[in-house]
Design a protein around this ligand. Sequence first.
Ligand SMILES: [Zn+2]
Length: 168
Amino acid sequence: MRTLKWEPMFDPEEETSTAIAWISFPALPPNFFVKEVVFSLAASVGKPLQVDLATRNQTRPSCARVKVEVNLLRDFPKRINVGLRRQSGEISEKWIKIKYDYMPKYCKNCKIQGHNKHECYVIHPELYPKDKMEDDENEKRGVQKEMELANPRTEEHKENKETEEFKD
Ligand SMILES: [Zn+2]
């Protein structure tokens, strides 16, 4: 049974934790190389959306790649245990490794995508790069310079007017 996600309110300050990720299964056994099987494996990470072209055409037997819709708030497994039934009837464990090719970062603290909690300047202010601080300072100075420049221009304009007046 599946429960539907219910989002009662949309807060524009908060970014959704839903994102698109690409995962792959390196060294996938050939008998797993079917879209349905790849999808059922990918379901342990998120909602499978599509397999890439090489997987669909089976032109890259070494690795199957899938696009999944994920909730960045959850933890992701590094491998999946699949039971394999042997000819004798007994079931043996088989671990399928998951590789995360592309996974967007999400900060649970700021509730935005783009960085994770380990890179968060709010949680770790000491991580804020020094040269970026200088950039910010320069930016402020730059605004001041522009304001200073604005005045001479008006003065120049006034001067011209005065000369015109003088001509008359
Ligand atoms: Zn953050």
